[in-house]
Design a protein around this ligand. Structure first.
Ligand SMILES: Nc1nc2c(ncn2[C@@H]2O[C@H](COP(=O)(O)OP(=O)(O)OP(=O)(O)O)[C@@H](O)[C@H]2O)c(=O)[nH]1
Ligand SMILES: [Mg+2]
Length: 459
């Protein structure tokens, strides 16, 4: 039975939480580094299936990306196996013959882990573990693992843990009960007996605890989010429009953020360096300012529980006035990845936002990249800081078109409002009399809205 222990990594994490006796005191638990499902330098076999219903990214390319993800998570790729299937096996996902092949390859190469590129049902994962005698992890779990390793802020940790527990919830089965007892290190159910309701089995108790913990985490997350939405509202009172950097993971969003604002955010050659949004002021030509937000990257087959859990972070994208879709133009998969990002944007309700496509990493290109039609496009190298003037000009033009004329009267002592209008756009006329100023200005929509709201009269 002892080999069950390393088999259910997420369950193990929960078991540790349950047994630690600290379940419920979530602020203590938040200090814990989430337990990764991949051990360092663990050897893994990658498994991919081609079902004909390919959408966008080919199986080989998807597997290559899975390999990068596995390495990012700390594993070593020991081999890979692909299968073409008309339809997947409901019991073990891949066919019976392939299962034997995966097991043999793993034995040959000393691998202890199989990573599946597709989402496995809880039953499939269980059946595969039994037949392969390997730990089985799917793409979602691997991505969750990387997020868990990278989460730094309270909000990020809460979001990742909610996503992990949501993933675990349907996987909490009878088999797990043994694990839960094992993980107690001999202490078995210890102090937990007292917490058991009449007639509840251990599995029911654990399910209930998981549900309760999810509820508590969600409540806590809502509190943290409330603070952030207050901050966002305050920011909107200084009404600079917001521009959000979006794009496939590793496309260069943070590098561009740093090149434009000296924000000093981490940029690295690995997936999901950025989880939490960073926001900085950016000056455009023509004296306008915008707020620039760097956010979490997207990936093909982004686990839906992550999108769900990161809703608040993605709020920066949903509420932005303009999106800069940063794409790695040097990737042979650039256009497929652009489509993946477009799909995620639609999924989170940002599909119709005004958008500029920023074709990055031009320094690695010999030819001019093809521009995806339908959007303004600019080619840059964030790393070499080339093409940034063109990009800034394009952003400024985007907001220039949105500017409107307002004519208002204000109390003369509201110099702050006049200064705000001047910062945002241009003052066309300004006449003072009897403690009142009549002003005409061309400003952005949010500033126009604010001026109209506080004005004595609007003409
Ligand atoms: N050659 C080249 N490399 C670049 C350019 N822009 C970014 N990179 C590199 O691409 C890698 C990823 O850059 P990041 O800025 O971290 O990418 P990101 O989009 O923020 O990635 P995540 O936060 O992980 O989603 C880093 O190694 C950068 O140095 C560029 O214009 N040219
Ligand atoms: Mg980044």
């Amino acid at each position: 039975m002892s080999n069950l222990l390393p088999r259910f990594p997420l369950s193990l994490k929960l078991a540790v939480l349950l047994e630690s006796g600290r379940f419920g005191k979530e602020d203590c638990l938040l200090g814990l580094t989430p337990t990764p499902s991949i051990e360092n330098a663990e050897r893994a076999i990658l498994v991919g299936v081609e079902t004909g219903a390919a959408n966008g990214i080919a199986t080989e390319d998807s597997l290559a990306e899975l390999g990068d993800l596995a390495e990012s998570a700390g594993a070593e790729v020991a081999g890979q196996i692909q299968q073409k299937l008309k339809s997947v096996d409901p019991r073990t996902f891949i066919g019976r013959g392939k299962t034997v092949e995966v097991r043999d390859l793993a034995n040959q190469r000393g691998a202890t882990l199989a990573i599946f590129d597709d989402a496995l049902s809880p039953a499939q994962a269980r059946n595969l573990e039994n037949e392969l005698k390997l730990r089985v992890v799917d793409r979602s779990q691997l991505i969750l693992d990387i997020f868990a390793q990278r989460a730094r802020t309270l909000e990020g940790k809460l979001q990742v843990e909610i996503a992990q527990l949501s993933y675990l919830q349907p996987r909490l089965t009878r088999q797990w009960v043994h694990l839960s007892r094992q993980a107690g290190g001999g202490g078995a159910s210890g102090g937990r007996i007292g917490t058991r309701g009449p007639g509840e089995t251990q599995l029911e108790v654990d399910r209930r605890r998981l549900r309760e913990r999810l509820t508590r985490l969600r409540t806590r997350l809502r509190e943290v989010e409330r603070t952030r939405s207050i901050q966002r509202r305050r920011r909107l009172e200084v009404p600079y429009p917001t521009v959000a950097l979006v794009g496939y993971t590793n496309s260069g969003k943070s590098t561009l953020m740093n090149a434009l604002t000296e924000a000093g955010v981490e940029a690295a050659d690995r997936q999901f360096s950025t989880l939490d949004p960073t926001i900085r002021r950016l000056r455009l030509p023509g004296r306008h300012h915008v707020m620039l937000a760097d956010t979490v990257g997207f990936i093909h087959r982004l686990p839906h529980m992550l999108v769900e859990a990161f809703k608040a972070t993605l709020e920066e994208v949903r509420t932005a006035d303009l999106l800069l879709h940063v794409a790695d133009a040097s990737s042979p998969l650039a256009s497929e990845r652009i489509e993946v990002v477009d799909r995620v944007l639609e999924e989170i309700g940002a599909g119709t936002k005004p958008r500029i496509v920023v074709l990055n990493k031009a320094d690695l290109l010999e030819n001019q990249p093809r521009s995806p039609h339908g959007f303004d496009t600019v080619t840059i190298s964030a790393l070499r800081r080339e093409g940034l003037e063109d990009l800034l000009g394009m952003i400024a033009r985007n907001f220039g078109d949105l500017r409107e004329e307002v004519a208002v009267t204000l109390p003369a002592w509201r110099g702050d409002l006049i200064a705000m209008a001047r910062r945002d756009g241009e003052i066309l006329s300004e006449e003072y009399s009897d403690g009142i100023v009549a002003m005409r200005a061309r400003v952005s929509a949010p500033v126009a809205g604010r001026l109209r709201k506080v004005a004595l009269t609007v003409t």
